[in-house]
Design a protein around this ligand. Structure first.
Ligand code: ATP
Ligand code: MG
Length: 237
């Protein structure tokens, strides 16, 4: 099972949009996929309620319930889990990143957003989880792109070689409970999302014997999942 958290300090960065669209892309690729909606605003849940299709599943949860939800996802043999975090909630972002194989940080192409990324990267680093950044809502031919690359270069985060362009189809699809791949209006936007999904899959490090590894929790006697920093060193091919 692969777990991806979607985190950003800034609101409106594109966490929910990425969570549901990556989940649709994973579902289309044949993966049993679950989105865990940790946001009290429940935007991923609202998206799912508009859908006729059941998959990807979307389940609500609180940060304190995350371990149990991940254990449940494993019990039902989920292949991929995307955790949609609320903005500005360090506890949720920290816990989601701690259980994730990869913390994906969406970021709009604006200077305050680019500067705020550092905090999300630091949270992932503290959790011992690799971080990957995707620029979202990028206006066509933006002159800020080279500056963004300069601002991001010193950070310990892999920046996606592609970005997601600012397009109306995102809002239309969200309103109808669809992923971009389920609309037939914008092939370029679909291609961007597909490339983004493929790149994110590539960033997930293979973890030896740690598909799900449980350890006994000293304090509670309950089994719990290993956090990313406790897992064995990834296998290097
Ligand atoms: N590439 C895009 N082009 C146009 N609109 C977009 C794009 N990506 C996201 N949006 C829109 O931007 C808004 C914010 O996106 P989204 O809800 O995914 O952000 P978020 O990070 O989850 O926000 P929050 O922090 O409030 O949870 C939504 O209206 C969404 O439809
Ligand atoms: Mg959201």
């Amino acid at each position: 099972m692969q777990i991806v958290s979607l985190v950003s300090k800034k609101g409106g960065a594109g966490k929910t949009t990425l969570a549901v669209n990556l989940a649709v892309a994973a579902t289309k690729a044949g993966a049993f996929t679950i989105v865990v909606d940790l946001d009290p605003q429940a935007c991923a849940m609202a998206w799912h309620e508009q859908r006729d299709l059941e998959h990807p599943l979307v389940v609500p949860g609180k940060p304190s319930e995350l371990m149990g939800l991940i254990a449940l996802a494993d019990m039902v043999d989920a292949d991929m889990v995307f955790i949609d975090c609320p903005p500005g909630d360090d506890t949720a972002a920290r816990e989601a990143s701690a259980v994730a194989d990869l913390a994906v940080i969406p970021c709009r192409l604006g200077v305050p957003d680019l500067r705020a990324v550092e905090q999300s990267v630091a949270l992932a680093e503290q959790a011992g989880t690799p971080a990957a950044l995707v620029l979202t809502q990028v206006p066509p031919r933006s002159s800020l792109m080279p500056r963004a690359q300069d601002l991001l270069a010193p950070l310990p985060v892999d920046v996606a070689p592609m970005h997601l362009t600012l397009k109306n189809v995102y809002n239309v699809a969200h309103l109808e409970g669809l992923g971009l791949h389920e609309t037939d209006t914008d092939k370029n936007a679909q291609a961007e999302m597909q490339q983004c999904f493929a790149w994110i899959k590539d960033q997930i490090r293979p973890i030896v014997g740690a598909e799900v590894v449980r350890v006994e929790d000293d304090k509670t006697d309950d089994a719990r999942l290993l956090t990313a920093s406790e897992r064995p060193v990834p296998f290097q091919a």
